[in-house]
Ligand binder design. Structure first.
Ligand code: ADP
Length: 193
């Protein structure tokens, strides 16, 4: 199964993706995680992406498209994957369509978690507090001010991605304000398994 999770930062894509990985046995491909790994490793991509990520902006399409193109070639992604955090622009969505078409592959589902944006800042503050309390490093962009920039980037560049899939009848919307388990159930129903 090839699946895309859409929704603003803090909508719960990562939480749901982890559950889907367990149930479906296919990998979660999070461009945020891949970029953070590149930053930690100090690779050329990481060096380019670091400042823009810390400021809450979007990394350039060509960089992100390149890492996804490489990642979906890996053995574990052959049976399917869950894309989390990609595509974040229409150009990325178009590039993904071209990549899959060239391989004769199709997307099975695109699911959007619809949330109340006013509630998201609170979620992010909570996530940062819980992470710190657990003694883990807090993401630099999980800061209320930077978060507002991330949300603005979402509204400017990413909100148009779901209509892109809606136009071709590939989109399913789910209420992401429900409790986590209810979202998981709605997700199961939406993707048919
Ligand atoms: P969240 O899920 O909380 O929005 P992510 O971990 O997906 O955060 O992404 C963190 C940061 O990584 C983004 O704010 C952005 O700078 C960069 N990033 C991740 N995915 C993409 C993408 N598809 N296009 C551009 N930038 C991206």
């Amino acid at each position: 199964m090839r699946l895309i999770l859409l929704g603003p930062p803090g909508a719960g894509k990562g939480t749901q993706a982890v559950r889907l990985v367990e149930r479906l046995g296919i990998p979660q491909l999070s461009t945020g995680d891949m970029l953070r790994a590149a930053v930690s490793a100090g690779t050329p991509i990481g060096l380019k992406a670091k400042a823009v990520m810390e400021a809450g902006g979007l990394v350039s399409d060509d960089i992100v498209i390149g890492i996804v193109a490489d990642r979906i070639e890996e053995a574990d992604a052959k049976r399917g994957f869950i894309l989390d955090g990609f595509p974040r622009t229409v150009a990325q969505a178009e590039a993904l369509d071209r990549m899959l078409e060239a391989k004769g592959l199709k997307l099975d589902s695109v699911v959007e978690l619809v949330v109340d944006q006013d509630a998201l800042v609170h979620r992010i503050v909570k996530r940062a507090e819980e992470t710190a309390a657990a003694g883990l490093p807090v993401r630099k962009d999980d800061d209320p001010e930077v978060f507002k920039t991330r949300l603005a980037a979402y509204n400017r560049d990413t909100a148009v991605v779901s209509p892109y899939y809606e136009k071709t009848d590939r989109l399913k919307r789910i209420d992401g304000m429900q409790p986590i388990d209810a979202v998981t159930e709605a997700m199961k129903a939406a993707i048919g398994g």
